[in-house]
Design a protein around this ligand. Structure first.
Ligand SMILES: Cc1cc2nc3c(=O)[nH]c(=O)nc-3n(C[C@H](O)[C@H](O)[C@H](O)COP(=O)(O)OP(=O)(O)OC[C@H]3O[C@@H](n4cnc5c(N)ncnc54)[C@H](O)[C@@H]3O)c2cc1C
Length: 414
């Protein structure tokens, strides 16, 4: 694969950009692979990438029913942070955040990681105490966060209104090295690197069945024919229940729509990410100038990849109190994705009752930030049968009552 560099751009500029190669191949599926990953979202692609990079396993196919990155990975609001409460969560999210720091160099693809800082606003006394507790927990976990007062919030984000009538800003949990990255670029960067290692990314190919013999996975049936494999990774977010059903087991997952919107582009006015969890809203400004706004998840199960009117209205109405300036903005685009929610709001990275079949799901409203760490841990689990990063997130925890309760950190927020 040709390396991207300033020199390469300059060279191509002199020959009308005729020398660029396709970023990834579009092969037809082979009859057999060592590993098949279902789902070419960020988590599936990152799993494939670290299988190759860390374990030398490259006879891998990533199978995608639509286009790669077209699921939640290309639909999210790109917030990256690792300020979770429980130790296993802090470990995997901080691993991911730290990998994001150098991911552009690692992949030779600019994922536009922008560690501009994330504030989670405390707007009730309950939240003040909750976030102070999280700051202490993060200090013990080696995650750098800080509880800050309202004046510091105002310094970091001058457009904020501290004195809202319902929910004044009382402080916030600040993670200076949290931020955003370009979501499509994360998927594209991993895809390009996987393809370069000889892996096959097969788009427009739906998995319609999971094949097994004597309790062990043997392959998948797809709209492009049967494909045999030794190990199977199911990484399909909102469709996890559907795939688990094909593999013959059940998951404690609910699929619901989560939506977001962007305003018309305006001049730079906000260089941090702000999350207001009490009112279910959060906002950042994209490089194009749009205000990126997200809200809570739908309160009913569904598979519609679109927004619903009442949620847009609720989200914007709630945020206007804290950001009065958005009342004068026009909405430009609005969309939804199907997120996979577990009861304890923590993901599942696990072996399954079907031998050789692994599952990575349950990231719910907040899995974009976890992509590199999740891929790293999932690859280790699939290659060796064990990973310290994923151990606590096994399916067994729902039988044994070992919940990893992140309902405060991840219930509605990202
Ligand atoms: C509106 C919105 C805002 C969000 N904001 C944030 C945020 O700010 N920060 C954050 O960290 N997270 C956020 N998230 C969550 C985040 O986007 C997801 O947790 C993450 O992208 C999940 O990635 P994935 O690779 O598991 O799933 P996906 O990207 O959804 O990929 C799964 C893929 O599997 C494919 N698939 C499904 N069924 C089949 C089949 N039968 N055969 C083949 N392929 C199949 C799908 O087409 C899809 O491409 C947000 C989500 C949404 C919807």
């Amino acid at each position: 694969m040709k390396r991207y560099s300033a020199f390469a751009i300059a060279k191509e500029a002199f020959r009308q950009h005729t020398g660029w190669e396709r970023a990834w191949r579009s092969p037809e599926p082979k009859a057999r692979y060592d590993v098949v990953i279902v789902g070419a979202g960020g988590h599936g692609l990152a799993t494939a990438y670290y299988l190759g990079k860390n374990f030398g396993i490259t006879n891998v196919a990533v199978i995608e029913k639509g286009w790669l990155g077209g699921g939640n990975t290309g639909r999210n609001t790109t917030i990256i942070r690792s300020n979770y409460l429980q130790d296993p969560s802090a470990a995997i999210y901080e691993k991911a955040r730290s990998l994001y720091e150098t991911l552009s160099q690692d992949l030779n693809y600019n994922i536009m990681f922008s560690p501009r800082g994330v504030i989670m606003l405390a707007q009730t006394h309950h939240e003040v105490r909750g976030y102070q507790r999280t700051a202490h927990a993060n200090a013990l976990q080696g995650v750098k966060t800080e509880y800050i007062g309202p004046q510091r919030v105002k310094e970091l984000c001058p457009i904020i209104n501290l004195d809202g009538p319902r929910y004044p800003v009382l402080g916030g949990l600040w993670q200076e090295r949290g931020g955003t990255a370009r979501h499509d670029a994360v998927a594209w960067g991993y895809a390009r690197a996987c393809s370069d290692m000889g892996m096959d990314i097969i788009q427009q190919c739906e998995v319609t069945g999971v094949r097994s013999e004597g309790g062990r996975v043997t392959g998948v049936s797809t709209t492009k024919g049967d494909i045999a494999c030794t190990k199977l990774g199911i990484v399909v977010a909102g469709h996890s229940g559907v795939l688990a059903d094909m593999a013959g087991f059940r998951l404690p997952i609910e699929s619901v729509a989560l939506q977001a919107l962007v305003s018309e582009p305006i001049k730079p006015c906000m260089d941090v990410v702000v999350m207001a969890n009490t009112v279910h809203g959060y906002m950042s400004q994209s490089d194009k100038g749009e205000m990126v706004i997200g809200g809570g998840a739908d309160g009913f199960n569904n598979y519609t990849q679109r927004g619903s009117f009442h949620h847009v209205e609720e989200t914007v109405r709630a945020l206007i109190e804290t950001f009065p300036m958005i009342s004068r903005l026009k909405m430009l685009r609005w969309w939804g994705g199907i997120v996979d929610m577990t009861g304890d709001r923590s993901p599942i990275l696990s072996k399954t009752p079907l031998d050789g079949c692994f599952i990575n799901c349950g990231w719910g409203t907040g899995g974009f930030k976890a992509i590199p760490g999740s891929g790293w841990g999932m690859a280790e689990l699939m290659a060796t049968g064990h990973s310290p990063l994923t151990e606590a997130f096994s399916l067994d925890r729902f039988k044994e009552g070992r919940f990893i309760d992140e309902s405060v950190a991840a219930g509605v927020a990202h």
